[in-house]
Design a protein around this ligand. Structure first.
Ligand code: SAM
Length: 228
């Protein structure tokens, strides 16, 4: 029997990612500044942890329209904000200019399924709020965390949040395989605790903190780990 290329796992992943990118572009275009102007709770926590560790340069992955990137800049960090939605990043750049923060915030349109656009050991801290739990396969998540380790300086901090398998939407909607479930057009990879532990191998795991965000509410873990 002939298999179409869409039957291959990597082709299915590429198709889902392209579909999700279009979905995020449309969502930000229709709802400018949709997450609000205030820093999220995890960003406030991360800013304290980054400051205590003496960090200056922060890489944010999946920054969206920048509620957290802008808060890091307001706290005096130099930020590279990345996302695969240039619509979101355009909103971020406009707000940074309006707030007089343009010198502290750079943006790069980047899909985290490809290598990070930075040299080895070049940033002090990496932050990602609800990015690792997007429509990424487990293999893509593992590769991304290896990339984060590569670009962090020794002793650098990685702070991320993910929705987990205790979330109300876990197991609801369309099953996209590999613990990815699509609900209302958004595909989410719900993390198990075992995956969090696996991703911390070779790092020092500082914290796994359960919290809730939004009206559903989304149930998440805030994970902080440092590179040796
Ligand atoms: C749930 S939103 C969170 C946005 C932002 N971190 C916040 O909390 O305000 C997830 C973000 O990840 C981005 N994203 C999803 N998949 C991505 C990928 N493969 N590469 C880069 N960005 C991605 C989306 O465009 C979206 O901005």
């Amino acid at each position: 029997m002939t298999r179409s290329t869409a039957d291959q796992p990597h082709e299915r992943e590429a198709g889902l990612a392209a579909e999700q990118r279009r979905h995020w572009e449309r969502t930000y275009a229709a709802n400018p500044g949709m997450y609000g102007a205030e820093a999220s709770g995890p960003a406030r926590h991360a800013a304290r942890a980054f400051g205590e560790a003496g960090a200056h340069e922060v890489l944010e992955l999946g920054a969206g329209h920048g509620r957290d990137a802008l808060s890091f800049a307001r706290a005096g960090f130099s930020v590279l904000a990345t996302d695969f939605s240039d619509v979101g990043l355009a909103q971020l750049r406009a707000q940074a200019a309006a707030d007089g923060l343009a010198d502290l915030v750079r943006t790069a349109t980047h899909d985290v399924r490809t290598p990070l656009p930075l040299p080895d050991a070049s940033v002090d801290a990496v932050y990602a709020h609800m990015l690792l739990c997007m429509a990424l396969s487990t293999a893509e998540i593992r590769a991304l965390v290896r990339e984060v380790a590569r670009v962090l300086r020794p002793g650098g901090t990685f702070a991320y949040t993910v929705r987990h398998d205790g979330d109300a939407h876990y197991g609801a909607g369309t099953d996209r395989g590999d613990d990815i479930w699509e609900h209302g057009g958004f595909a989410v990879h719900f993390f198990s605790r075992a995956l969090v532990e696996e991703l911390a191998q070779g790092w020092t795991l500082r914290e796994v903190h359960a919290f809730e965000e939004g009206e559903l509410p989304r149930r998440l873990w805030r994970v902080t780990q440092t590179r040796p």
